[in-house]
Design a protein around this ligand. Structure first.
Ligand SMILES: NC(=O)c1ccc[n+]([C@@H]2O[C@H](COP(=O)([O-])OP(=O)(O)OC[C@H]3O[C@@H](n4cnc5c(N)ncnc54)[C@H](O)[C@@H]3O)[C@@H](O)[C@H]2O)c1
Length: 366
């Protein structure tokens, strides 16, 4: 029997679903030899979240004992493995008494990631977002006194800057960030204040690192809080419309999570990086990708028939202005981690499809 071309396509596409034979991205090996962190006792706040759970994996490779503080608000408990070196303390960094209850543990280092993350959540809960960044950080730093702390800030401290690749000194003013947050204290302003809290401690002699991640993406990032890469992958694989807010010409740096970790640990493990005045780092792919390019890459890698829909930004985020261009200048960090070959957005999408076992239809070239 002869089938018309279109029908053959649909038979193959819908009956012969299988995993495409992608080449799995080699995850960057994070140097184990002579690691200063080997066997240390670590406090990891936000450890159930996307980046935190990846940090946990690295720390376990280094045979650290890891105490996690997480409210489990956006980080699923499934991200925390049952492991003799992992201790989970469920609660909020805003709860002083709760933090006091583990004050007796002698930590060697703090990785502080607990935060309200994602535009939708942060705009919906501005005050909680701000308080978590500021009071939450004060609580952690004051209860676990003098312990070296790696504080997770954000590229959002650059506000609406379009002056090209952001250098660490290009941080936006308080007024710009308040306006960027929609006229009230929120995520970006909170992260700037969090940095100031950390830097004040550093000026008194404490070891503090400030890390500004730029759109970290990869496996375990959840779509349900609106993160753009998992959201597009979900829409594409369900053949729904891919919804792009605004014209899609906004440019971001999509930075693969394992490569991010490689850079992070190169910094954390180098004493010189902690020196006051040197201790703020952008980490991210120093090359931009527009949201339109991202959507096209997702459609291509998932062989999706989804169409693209542009939605006015104001309809999704009223009273908020989107950033047109946000890409890091990474010259400062490169002194510690060298020149990095970051995976492309297509590499990253393939890696997510494989590691999360997302089925995509086979490409048919008749
Ligand atoms: N993912 C990115 O691209 C990105 C970019 C810039 C900055 N960051 C920063 O990196 C950190 C981790 O981000 P992520 O993408 O893994 O987000 P995430 O939402 O996956 O992780 C945040 C974790 O913090 C926990 N948490 C929230 N409020 C808490 C509280 N009051 N007490 C204790 N735990 C609480 C959540 O349950 C979650 O597990 C955050 O500080 C974020 O601001 C991330």
């Amino acid at each position: 029997m002869i089938f018309p071309l279109k029908l053959i396509n649909s038979i193959i596409q819908f009956k012969d679903y299988h995993f495409l034979n992608f080449n799995i991205l080699k995850t960057t090996t994070i140097a184990m030899n002579n690691s200063k962190l080997n066997g240390k006792v670590i406090l990891l706040t936000g450890g159930a979240g996307f980046i935190g759970s990846h940090i946990l994996e690295v720390l376990l490779e280094k045979e650290c004992i890891v105490h996690i503080i997480d409210s489990l608000k956006t980080g699923p408990i499934e991200n925390i493995p049952e492991h003799p070196n992992v201790h989970l303390h469920v609660g909020s960094v805003l709860d002083f008494n709760f933090l006091q209850s583990i004050k007796y543990i002698r930590f060697d280092m703090i990785f502080h990631l607990a935060s309200v993350v994602g535009m939708k959540l942060a705009l919906k809960h501005k005050n909680l977002t701000y308080e978590t960044a500021t009071q939450g950080t004060k609580n952690v730093l004051s209860i676990f006194k003098n312990i070296p702390a790696v504080l997770f800030s954000s590229s959002s401290v650059y506000g609406l800057t379009t002056r090209g690749a952001c250098k660490e000194n290009d941080i936006a003013s308080d007024e710009e960030l308040l306006e960027f947050d929609g006229g009230e204290t929120g995520y970006s302003y909170g992260k700037k204040k969090m940095e100031e809290i950390g830097l004040a401690e550093a000026s008194k002699g404490r070891k503090v690192l400030i890390i500004r991640p730029f759109n970290i993406v990869g496996t375990k990032q959840l779509h349900k809080f609106g993160m753009v890469v998992p959201r597009f992958i979900k829409q594409a694989t369900e053949n729904n419309k891919i919804q792009i807010y605004d014209d899609g010409k906004q440019v971001r740096s999509f930075s693969e999570v394992h490569t991010f970790l490689y850079c992070l640990f190169k910094i954390v493990e180098n004493d010189a990086a902690w020196k006051n005045g040197e201790n703020i780092f952008n980490i991210g792919y120093p090359r931009g990708c527009s949201i339109n390019e991202l959507a096209a890459a997702v459609i291509n890698e998932t062989n999706s028939e989804a169409s693209i829909e542009h939605i006015p930004y104001d309809a999704v985020f009223p009273n908020h202005t989107d950033v047109k261009y946000r890409v890091p200048n990474t010259a400062h960090g490169e002194k510690y981690y060298g020149t990095i070959k970051w995976p492309t957005i297509n590499d990253i999408i393939r890696q997510i499809l494989i590691s999360e076992k997302i089925q995509v239809p086979c490409k048919v070239n008749l």
